[in-house]
Design a binder for this molecule. Structure first.
Ligand SMILES: Nc1ncnc2c1ncn2[C@@H]1O[C@H](COP(=O)(O)OP(=O)(O)OP(=O)(O)O)[C@@H](O)[C@H]1O
Ligand SMILES: [Mg+2]
Length: 476
C-alpha cells in the first residue's frame, strides 16, 4: 500500500487512497493532524527488590542508632522503616541519574516517547522528566554538528515510525511506499546544502522505519494536485502554501489535460520558498506585543534602553544560536545587572522567563493569541505562569501591524514566482494553517484585487496532493 505523508513543521498528517479518493488518517483522537512535537521520557530504573541481606544490614544500623531513653522499636517496625528508607534512597538515586541523562541516552534507551498533544501536555506537567522537541523539521536544514545531526535523525525516525505504525494499525494495512512533502527551501542557514541535509535525514529515517520506496514532492506542487481534482478546465495557477515554518509558492499548469500525465515536470514553471512561516509571526507578535510588558524599551539609569537583542533572543525559540546565547550564564548576569539599574519591575519578568525556561511557552502563548485573533477582534492573553493574574490585551489590528514585514516577504515570494514563470496566473490557490488568519487573507486580497483567489483546505491539501501523486507513482 502507498501513502502521502506531510512531515510539517507544525503538523504531520498521512493519507491513503480510499474509494478512489485521498483520505487522511485520524492519527490522534480522531484528528488527522498530529502536532509535530515529541516528548522523550528519560528512562527511569526498574523497580528494585531489596535483598534480605540489605534489609538486615539497614535494620542493624537502625538498632545502633536507637537511644537508650526511648523504648526499643519492634523488629517488624525496624524492617518497615529500613525498607522505606531504602526505597526513598533508590527513588532519589533514580531521579538524579534520570536528570543527568542526555537526550542521546534517552533516545537510545527504551523509555517512552510521546507524540502530539500528549507530548505537549507532558512537557507542561513534568518538564524535568524528559526532552521536549517541537518542530524538528525546522532544524534539519540548519548548520548543525555531526552529533546534532544524529540526534535529529533519531528524532525524525521516532516520529516517522509512530505515524507509520498508527496509520497501519488504524487501517490494518501495510504501507511500504510513500511520497513525502518537502518545502522549496528548508528552514535553516545552509541554503542548498541544508536542503540536501534535510532530505537525507528524512529519507534515511523513512527507509529505516520500514518504507521500501520513498519519493519527495514539493509541498506547493502537492497542493496544486489536490486543487486539480476539482477542475474541469486547465489553469495556470499560483500556489501559496503558508505553513508553520516555511512559505512556498509554485506556478503550475493543472487541469484535465495534465492530470493523467506521469511526468508533470514541464508544467511546473517556477518555485520560490523561504523559511518564514507561522512561527515567525508568533515570534514577531511576542516581540512587538508581549516583550514591552517584559521591559522592552525600558530606559536604564545610565540613560540607555535595555538592549533589544535580549528580547529577540527570548522569543526566537526556533533559532538554535539565539537560544544558546540567551541561556549563557553571562546573559543571566547581564540581565540581573540591568534589573538593578531600573525601578521598572517589568524587566523582572524577562528574568522570570529566562530562569523558568518559559521561552517555548511564551511562543506558544503568542501562537494562541494569533489563533484567537482569527475569531476575535480583541483578546486577553493569560500569562499566569510568569506572574499571578498577569494578562496582556492584544487587538487584531495590533497583530496586523506587528506582522507587516513578514507579509511583505510573502508578497516578494509570490511576485518572484510569477516573474520566474514569465506568465500571469489565472488563479491563486492558498493553503496552509497561517492562511486561516483574516489578517493574512485580507492582505492577500489587497495584493491581488483582480485575481480569482481560492482558499483551499488549510491543513489537508498538501497531504491529499501527496497521496494523489503516490497513486500516480505507485498505484499500478
Ligand atoms: N486559526 C488560525 N489562525 C492563524 N494561524 C493559524 C490558525 N490555526 C493554525 N494556524 C497556524 O498555522 C501554522 C501551521 O500550519 P500548517 O499545519 O499548514 O504548517 P505545516 O504544514 O506543519 O508547516 P510547514 O508547511 O511550514 O512545514 C502554525 O503556525 C499555526 O499557528
Ligand atoms: Mg505544510
Amino acid at each position: 500500500m502507498f501513502a502521502g505523508l506531510d512531515f510539517g513543521t507544525s503538523n504531520c498528517s498521512i493519507g491513503i487512497m480510499h474509494a478512489g479518493q485521498p483520505t487522511l488518517i485520524p492519527l490522534e483522537d480522531g484528528k488527522t493532524r498530529l502536532p509535530s512535537c515529541l516528548f522523550i521520557e528519560k528512562e527511569s530504573s526498574e523497580a528494585v527488590i531489596f535483598s534480605d541481606k540489605e534489609i538486615a544490614g539497614r535494620v542493624n544500623t537502625l538498632k545502633g542508632q536507637q537511644t537508650k531513653i526511648n523504648k526499643p522499636l519492634s523488629n517488624e517496625t525496624l524492617i518497615s522503616i529500613a525498607r522505606k528508607q531504602l526505597r526513598k534512597e533508590q527513588r532519589e538515586k533514580t531521579i538524579n541519574s534520570t536528570r543527568a541523562q542526555s537526550i542521546v541516552e534517552a533516545l537510545r534507551s527504551n523509555g517512552d516517547v510521546l507524540f502530539g498533544e500528549e507530548a505537549e501536555l507532558s512537557h507542561v506537567a513534568e518538564p524535568e522528566n524528559g526532552f521536549y522537541i517541537k518542530s524538528p523539521k525546522s532544524f534539519l536544514g540548519a548548520d548543525i554538528s555531526v552529533a546534532q545531526k544524529q540526534v535529529f535523525s533519531g528524532i525524525v525516525e521516532k516520529m516517522l515510525a509512530f505515524i507509520k505504525q498508527e496509520a497501519e494499525y488504524l487501517k490494518q494495512v501495510e504501507i511500504d511506499q510513500v511520497v513525502i512533502g518537502r518545502p522549496v527551501n528548508f528552514h535553516g542557514l545552509l541554503g542548498r546544502d541544508g536542503n540536501a541535509q534535510a532530505l537525507d535525514i528524512i529519507g534515511s529515517a523513512a527507509l529505516k522505519v520500514g518504507y521500501k520506496q520513498v519519493e519527495f514532492l514539493m509541498e506547493p506542487v502537492a497542493a496544486a494536485y489536490d486543487y486539480e481534482r476539482q477542475l474541469s478546465k486547465d489553469k495556470l495557477v499560483l500556489i501559496l502554501d503558508l505553513g508553520g515554518g516555511t512559505t512556498d509558492c509554485s506556478m503550475i499548469q493543472i487541469g484535465p489535460s495534465y492530470v493523467n500525465q506521469q511526468d508533470r515536470q514541464s508544467g511546473i514553471l517556477s518555485h520560490t520558498g523561504q523559511r518564514i512561516g507561522g512561527i515567525d509571526l508568533d515570534n514577531k507578535l511576542a516581540l512587538m506585543r508581549l516583550m514591552p510588558h517584559f521591559g522592552k524599551n525600558v530606559v536604564l539609569n545610565n540613560g540607555l534602553p535595555v538592549p533589544n537583542h535580549l528580547f529577540k533572543q527570548a522569543v526566537s525559540v526556533n533559532d538554535v544560536s539565539a537560544q544558546q546565547d540567551f541561556n549563557l550564564p553571562r546573559t543571566g548576569k547581564e540581565l540581573t545587572r540591568y534589573c538593578t539599574m531600573t525601578t521598572d519591575s517589568r524587566l523582572q519578568r524577562l528574568l522570570t522567563l529566562r530562569d523558568g525556561k518559559f521561552g517555548l511557552r511564551i511562543s506558544r502563548s503568542a501562537e494562541q493569541a494569533k489563533i484567537l485573533l482569527s475569531e476575535h477582534h480583541n483578546i486577553q492573553l493569560p500569562l499566569e505562569y510568569i506572574e499571578d493574574d498577569f494578562a496582556v490585551s492584544i487587538s487584531r489590528s495590533e497583530l496586523a501591524d506587528s506582522i507587516a514585514d513578514e507579509l511583505s516577504k510573502f508578497e516578494v515570494l509570490m511576485t518572484e514566482a510569477i516573474k520566474q514563470a514569465g506568465a500571469l496566473p489565472d488563479a491563486l490557490y492558498v493553503t496552509g494553517g497561517t492562511a486561516m488568519s483574516p489578517v493574512v487573507q485580507q492582505w492577500i486580497h489587497s495584493v491581488f484585487p483582480d485575481l480569482e483567489i481560492i482558499i483551499g483546505d488549510h491543513f489537508g491539501s498538501v497531504t491529499s496532493g501527496l497521496t494523489t501523486h503516490a497513486k500516480r507513482l505507485f498505484g499500478n
